[in-house]
Ligand binder design. Sequence first.
Ligand code: SIN
Ligand code: FE2
Length: 217
Amino acid sequence: MQSELFSIPKKQDTKHFLADNTCILPGFICDNATEIRDLLEDILLLSPPRYMNTPGGQRMSVALSSCGTLGWISDAKGYRYSSYDPDTHQPRPNMPPLFSSLAIKAAAEAGFRDFRPDACLINCYIPGSKMSLHQDKDEQDLTQPIVSVSLGLPAEFLWGGFIRGDAKQTLLLQHGDVLVWGGDDRLRFHGIKPLKPGWHPITGDCRINLTFRKAGG
Ligand code: SIN
Ligand code: FE2
């Protein structure tokens, strides 16, 4: 069952808890968005976004890259993290200090004070791209939260429960928003509905999502 799209009265410098350990920080990185975008351009030149296949052989709808010590990959062998880019065979681009400091600050704002991100997944959505309902469970330390940053076109985010079929909320994630989830909410199912076409001054016709994680032990 899915509820109507709800838009939280989002005012910058406020926070809103969707659940005990799930917090949205509206517009948290708006002031840094241009700098983040410029840093991303350099990262994506070194490690271009690519459409990976699921272990079942299906092409993913979202193009993905990573920076930091670890990056996420998916292929016939499964979902996992690796320190090397499987296409370029190079270590991942460094995570810029601005990225890690903002992620640590957002996590603390949401109540997670010892966040140590070692991976930043970069999801590139074009109109029509979606992310099916899933749990983030490839990380070794599930006591560390996920910090998700939205840039560019708005997206409808599905926020569910601990079983795939549980009721879901639909939350509009807008440019600059940061969503943090962890603790008891760490393994909730979530996904992104197909991106609607549009134009954003920072990202053009796409949406970029960064998720910061502590992937290694
Ligand atoms: C994710 O679930 O890993 C990404 C979600 C998003 O694009 O907002
Ligand atoms: Fe996820």
